[in-house]
Design a protein. Structure first.
Length: 300
């Protein structure tokens, strides 16, 4: 072996030994660090869903000072999506592109690739569907309106196309007897975003007594203010009375409704008259049968 070859061999062995000693120096250590993934430059007509990890588990080796710098200011792994098209794409992770502090090197990264689903993005204006549970008490009814009644949303075509309304989180109207307002959030599927500047939906809940019409049959027609003999035909009347359900359900016609003919200063004879009808407060007359009565007045 020539002298120059010997010296060359010694030089490389020495360098290798120094590198090994430096690599195995007492202050060198290994640590796992989480690196978030950041997606950039997605085309405006597309959106994506990441079916894999949201970040990378990186094993690094180096001196304590460099590892501390890496922990305090971890880099992001940037994925450039410019030029992508709709479909499923697998993106390899290139460990060498991660910037490392001086004295620190990347040893292993997991996963080695990520899978993205690239979707065509669409926009729709959809009605808000208020979700509530419970019931108002018997005799009451609730009218519930959302403000706003519609919102504009955007998302993947395959996810957004079949959606016909955007539901809200559920709220309760159980046992409510007075009107109130409720701020509630939307219950949006993952991947759907709101384009309007809306943080919450305001539900306007109007609670009212339920109005019904009740029929009272065979109410006796009476007469007043006559000293003669009086005959009324027909002797009974049928009334349709409108009012709150709670009021009418408790109403007894014989005690609360009076139908009569006022015969003040009416001499004997035969007449056709309308009856006067006294109803309880809060109720109105919706229908009456018959409307006219034949009154026969004879002297005693």
């Amino acid at each position: 072996m020539r002298k120059t070859q010997v010296w060359g061999f010694i030089f490389f062995v020495t360098i290798g030994t120094l590198v090994t000693l430096l690599w195995l120096r007492p202050d060198a250590r290994e640590m796992d660090i989480f690196i978030p993934i950041r997606f950039e430059n997605i085309p405006p007509n597309l959106t994506y869903s990441n079916t894999g990890a949201s970040g990378l588990d990186l094993l690094v080796r180096g001196n304590q000072a460099g590892i501390d710098r890496l922990i305090n200011t971890p880099p992001s792994y940037v994925v450039d999506l410019s030029g992508t098209t709709a479909g499923v794409t697998q993106i390899p992770i290139r460990m060498e592109t991660l910037p490392m502090p001086k004295g620190v090197s990347a040893v292993r990264i997991n996963p080695e690739s990520i899978t993205l689903k690239i979707w065509k993005k669409i926009t729709k204006k959809l009605p808000v569907a208020l979700s509530f549970d419970g019931n108002v008490p018997t005799g009451y009814q609730a009218n519930i309106i959302a403000d706003p009644e519609q919102i504009t949303v955007s998302g993947p075509e395959t996810l957004l196309e079949p959606i016909t309304a955007v539901p809200t989180k559920a709220f309760s109207i159980a046992n409510a007897t007075e009107s109130f307002k409720k701020e509630i959030s939307l219950d949006l599927p993952e991947g759907i975003t709101i384009l309007d500047n809306i943080q919450v939906i305001v539900a306007h809940i109007t609670i009212e007594e339920k109005i019904i019409v009740r029929t009272f049959k065979d109410i006796k027609v009476k007469w007043r203010h006559s000293n003669h003999m009086v005959s009324i035909s027909p002797p009974v009347i049928t009334l349709e009375v409108k009012g709150a359900e709670n009021t009418l359900s408790r109403l007894k016609a014989e005690n609360a409704i009076e139908v009569f003919l006022d015969l003040s200063d009416v001499p004997p004879g035969k007449y056709v008259r309308r009856a006067a009808i006294d109803l309880p407060v809060g109720t109105t007359l919706s229908g009456v049968t018959p409307e006219l009565f034949t009154v026969a007045i004879t002297s005693k």
